[in-house]
Design a protein around this ligand. Structure first.
Ligand code: SF4
Ligand code: SF4
Length: 157
């Protein structure tokens, strides 16, 4: 057995422990890099394909987004005002159907945005949606127009 094969002595062991404790101690003086989401907001690069947003004024109800969505995240739903004239005045969507999106199953593939002929559906740099109840994850067309903070405030969802 050579000298290098021997187990380190007690002095080397204590030195290792001191070095480890010192390293942990010094971490306390470094700036924090973790954030307490969702209480603290994160900043994302501009091109982040985060949550799906819908501009109902631009949607024509063509259903292309629903057809291309690879996992059934998008489902077209009927949305109309009580009076048809009121609806017609506000939206160009004569079929009165708009996409709804289950934000918990969206894979952020961006296909819906790419195929939309009017730019009505987009993925924005917002991925802060935190849900504690499954029934809250399918967003209706009007919900898709709003930011998370507008939808839920500081409430747990
Ligand atoms: S980004 Fe992809 S998975 Fe998400 S809603 Fe659009 S098509 Fe569906
Ligand atoms: S969001 Fe775009 S692709 Fe989807 S139904 Fe509306 S216009 Fe068509």
């Amino acid at each position: 057995m050579t000298q290098s094969d021997k187990a380190p002595g007690p002095i080397a062991g204590i030195g290792g422990i001191v070095k480890g404790v010192w390293t942990i101690f010094m971490q306390g003086f470094k700036p924090k890099v973790t954030k307490q989401v969702p209480e603290e907001k994160l900043e994302y690069p501009e091109r982040t394909t985060g949550r799906v947003f819908l501009n109902m004024d631009a949607c024509i109800g063509c259903t292309l987004c629903e057809q291309i969505c690879p996992n059934g995240t998008i489902k077209m739903v009927t949305f109309a005002f009580a009076k048809k004239e009121e609806f017609d005045k506000k939206y160009p969507n004569k079929r009165q159907i708009f996409p709804s999106v289950d934000v918990s199953t969206c894979t952020h593939c961006n296909l819906c945005e790419e195929i939309c002929p009017t730019g009505a559906i987009t993925l924005e740099a917002e991925i802060d949606e935190i849900h504690f109840r499954r029934e809250n994850t399918r967003y209706s067309p009007p919900m898709l127009a709003k930011k998370e903070s507008e939808l839920w405030g500081d409430d747990k969802k």
